[in-house]
Design a protein around this ligand. Structure first.
Ligand code: FES
Ligand SMILES: [Fe+2]
Length: 376
């Protein structure tokens, strides 16, 4: 495990034209996962979903981020809050799934909380030492960016991505913040969280893994690396010239921008594809070294796409995700092999994004200093 930290620094130090991936243990070791949980994941900003999943006061959804069950709720003041989904009495979760709630009432002893986390009622609590004001639900750090909701579990967290200005420049013409959500789905995949980040962010596999679903629009051969910087990377999946563009999207888009999908990652756990009329974002919730919960949302630009087209896009993405999942779940088994050594990575346009992720992980890891006994 300590070894993997050293290997990560060694790989990151390789010359740019001789990049190597990481060995299998990086993706399968339970100790490595525990270390990441207490460092790079704990301190990172994680996308939980889209703001318009919860458009009205009281609308909420729940997620599990590392060890923290969360309620993401819109309050009466229209503000979105991220509350600990843990009753202040004896720890029962207060809500499940998604819905609309006037109040959150605990299913165990009926303590009642407001949409802002205030404890409103606790029946029969007549001990002198009880003060309901000391029993509000914990609120986590929250940020909204481009219509996405982000959370950081670390009270001392570094501020949310002022570094991603280049990513803003890429997305602003698409009016990403205006996209409206049309589909949300969740499922568990038996893979390591980093494998899905890498898979989504490289164009090298597109024509091989998705010959029927994606190859016609986004063949591997047309993939090009785009902007990257601290905390993010991106590439363009360009469409062939003879392919008609799919929806107009925002008025300020150039012809070239309409003729490609911009795939970006905000590290550690969000990957997304921004096209003129369609935005797909995947939030990866790491559960174990070999298990993730995948939440993906599809959003569209205004009324650009007919309902029928939206339905066929949902079907297409379900199929694309199934194709990727099948590969990643098989690979997860093979990565346990003693022979899953570090392999060479492809060039900038095809796997430069994987290299960017590795460099970011290495930089983050170096900042965490020597390992404590507890994390070993
Ligand atoms: S655990 Fe919630 S009211 Fe007792
Ligand atoms: Fe894929």
């Amino acid at each position: 495990m300590g070894d993997l930290r050293t290997v990560l620094q060694e790989m990151a130090a390789l010359p740019a034209d001789r990049p190597m991936g990481m060995p299998g243990a990086f993706y399968t070791s339970a100790q490595q996962f525990e270390w990441e949980k207490s460092t790079v994941l704990r301190k990172g900003w994680h996308c939980l979903g889209r703001t318009d999943e919860i458009p009205e006061p009281g609308d909420f959804f729940t997620v599990q981020l590392l060890d923290e069950p969360l309620i993401v709720v819109r309050g009466d003041d229209d503000q979105i809050r991220i509350l600990a989904n843990v009753c202040r009495h004896r720890g029962m979760p207060l809500a499940e799934g998604r819905g609309t709630a006037k109040r959150f009432v605990c299913s165990y002893h009926a303590w009642m909380y407001g949409r802002d986390g205030t404890l409103l009622r606790a029946a029969r609590m007549n001990n002198a030492g009880f003060d309901s004001k000391n029993c509000r639900l914990h609120g986590h750090n929250m940020q909204i960016w481009q219509g996405f909701i982000y959370c950081n579990l670390d009270a001392e967290a570094a501020p949310f991505g002022p570094e991603a200005t280049a990513l803003d420049t890429m997305l602003t013409p698409y009016e990403t913040d205006k996209f409206r959500v049309v589909h949300v789905a969740e499922e568990n995949w038996h893979t390591n969280w980093k494998c899905l980040v890498e898979n989504f962010m490289e164009g090298y596999h597109l024509s091989v893994v998705h010959p029927q679903t994606l190859h016609e629009y986004t063949p591997t051969g047309l993939a090009t690396k785009s902007v990257s910087g601290p905390g993010f990377t991106s590439y363009w999946a360009n469409y062939p010239d003879n392919i008609p563009s799919r929806g107009q999207g925002a008025p300020g888009l150039s012809a070239a921008q309409r003729q490609r999908s911009s795939l970006f990652a905000r590290f550690p756990t969000q990957v997304a594809s921004q096209a003129a009329s369609l935005l797909v974002s995947i939030s990866i919730f790491p559960l174990a070294a070999d298990l993730i919960r995948v939440k993906w949302t599809m959003s569209v630009y205004g009324d650009d796409l007919e309902d029928e087209t939206i339905q066929s896009r949902i079907k297409l993405w379900e199929e694309v995700n199934r194709e990727d999942r099948e590969k990643l779940e098989k690979m997860q088994v093979a990565l346990k092999s003693q022979h899953a050594a570090a392999g060479p990575l492809a060039s900038e346009d095809y796997e430069g994004t994987v290299r960017d992720f590795q460099l970011w992980l290495a930089e983050q890891d170096a900042s965490f200093g020597p390992q404590t006994q507890a994390a070993e």
